[in-house]
Ligand binder design. Structure first.
Ligand code: ADP
Length: 488
């Protein structure tokens, strides 16, 4: 399989992976920035705790005895500290040291910018804790160059005051940090491997349905409509699959319609041309001198030429209407009068037993529409009703009030249209009779033109039909300007 940097699969994997790495990095940074101050605070608190324990112990004694404070001083040894207690005169009363050379009490120590050796000048260090002040400061050991905490406080006894100082390096932090860093690397490595695997798995899982849809959809582009979009995945992908399945169906139908269309157009143009050619040859070879025959043949040629003319006109009109190039010329006109005029026109041409009637009890049937265009729609509905009915059929044009609209129905009891054909009859060149039985009056464009005109009017329209029962073609027009505002 070709590796594609722009593929959803690779990018989903990449984003998941980068996301995991970003979390790892954030954890690492957090470790570096937070862990040191955290341990330092812990260390200072533990020094303060030990100091307060020692102070409490000493306070409870009337007389300070070596044996009494031995236990507490063990704490100092166990906690990596050195400590000294001075009395009021600066004499060392007790001293304990677990640090050795790094202990600051016999070295130069800087407190508040002043440098001195506490054991040599004890009064100076004592001054920093008199009057219940607590000393808690950070110093850098000149031996190990490490950060140390210096803590001190005064202990008020019954007989005298004592001054306790404790010194301890923050240093074990480094070993903790090293320990944690080591662990962090191990965790980071495991997470790194897991991130690669998990993101690969997730990206594959998420993109699988998309890839499947893509593969099925690409079949459509090759004209293969045998596709399977039946996918049970995430909601959005299911929606996409459903949409594509519908698109596939529409494409399939459109393709069939396109083939019908080409067949129909070629048939519609070819037939009259063949007729024109045949009759012209007949006039040339046979009927040229016989006026009666010649006129008969010439009439056929003229009829066929008229048909071609109508076909081309209809084709142009439907294209113009559908492209929205034809503007409507709306006026207020009386629908009943228009319908009666059209019916009158058709009455002459229908069979003896056929009838056309108007059915309405409306007082006013004024509508706001383009009269010429609407006449064309009614003419088409009527001529279809006549064409697709039986010799003794009854055709009726009904007008009904429909709130602010006028509903016009052209009803016939003719051949009717099957349910499966109904959605397509409004499509241009669509003819149900695929046998191309020739009808000189049928261009297959009438309903496409009617549809375009009604849609330009924003009119509702439709058809109700049943095979061998009949059809009702209907539409609704605004009674007044815009169907909203009343006119004077
Ligand atoms: P045509 O020129 O073929 O009549 P139309 O666009 O007017 O074209 O109609 C499309 C098709 O719809 C017709 O070929 C016909 O099969 C069907 N049709 C239209 N009106 C009726 C009707 N009243 N009864 C039965 N079938 C109809």
């Amino acid at each position: 399989m070709k590796f594609d940097l722009k593929s959803i699969r690779f990018n989903t994997w990449l984003y998941f992976f980068l996301f995991s790495m970003a979390i790892l990095l954030a954890l690492g940074l957090l470790q570096v920035t937070m862990i040191k101050p955290y341990f330092r605070d812990q260390r200072v608190s533990s020094i303060e705790y030990v100091a307060s324990e020692i102070a409490d112990d000493l306070l409870n004694k009337d007389k300070l005895l070596q044996a009494d404070i031995e236990d507490t001083f063990n704490m100092i040894l166990n906690n990596d500290m050195c400590a000294v207690i001075f009395n009021d005169n600066g004499r060392v009363i007790y001293e304990e040291d677990a640090l050795g050379a790094t202990c600051t009490f016999d070295r130069f120590t800087t407190i508040d910018g002043e440098s001195f050796i506490p054991l040599v000048e004890p009064i100076k260090i004592i001054e920093s804790v008199v009057d219940d002040q607590v000393l808690s400061t950070s110093i850098i050991s000149d031996v190990s160059d490490q950060e140390m905490v210096l803590y001190g406080r005064m202990i008020e006894g019954d007989l005298a005051n004592y001054y306790l100082f404790i010194n301890s390096p923050v240093e074990p932090i480094e070993s903790y940090i090293e320990l944690f860093t080591g662990q962090y690397y191990i965790i980071a490595f495991v997470v790194f491997i897991a991130a690669i695997g998990t993101s690969f798995f997730l990206s594959k899982r998420i993109t699988y349905p998309i890839v499947k849809i893509k593969n099925e959809a690409s079949k459509l582009t090759n004209g293969d409509y045998d596709v399977d979009f039946d996918i049970d995945s995430y909601s959005e992908i299911n929606d996409l699959a459903n949409t594509l399945a519908k698109t596939g169906k529409v494409m399939e139908t459109t393709d069939e319609l396109r083939q019908d269309l080409i067949a129909n157009i070629s048939h519609d143009i070819k037939t009259p041309l063949t007729m024109i050619k045949a009759y012209s040859e007949m006039i040339r070879d046979i009927s040229g001198d016989d006026k009666t025959k010649r006129d008969k043949h010439l009439n056929v040629i003229i009829e066929e030429a008229d048909y071609l003319d109508r076909l081309v006109d209809d084709m142009r009109d439907v294209s113009k209407l559908q492209a929205g190039q034809q503007t409507l010329n709306r006026t207020n006109f009386d629908m009943k009068e228009t319908i009666e005029r059209i019916i009158e026109h058709y009455r002459g041409g229908i069979l003896k037993d056929m009838s056309i009637s108007v059915d309405t009890d409306l007082v006013s049937s004024v509508v706001w529409a383009d009269e010429t265009a609407i006449s064309r729609v009614i003419s088409n509905f009527l001529s279809n009703a006549i064409k697709y009915s039986f010799a003794d059929s009854k055709i009726m044009v009904r007008m009904i009030d429909s709130e602010d609209r006028l509903r016009i129905e052209v009803i016939d009891d003719g051949k009717g249209i099957s349910e499966s054909e109904l959605p397509y009859i409004w499509t241009r060149y669509y003819k149900i009779d695929k046998g191309f039985s020739r009808n000189i009056n049928s261009t297959g464009l009438g309903l496409a033109i009617a549809k375009a005109i009604l849609e330009a009017h924003g009119a509702k329209y439709g058809v109700i039909s049943k095979v061998n029962v009949g059809s009702t073609f209907w539409f609704e027009l605004s009674k007044d300007y815009d169907g909203l505002s009343k006119r004077d």
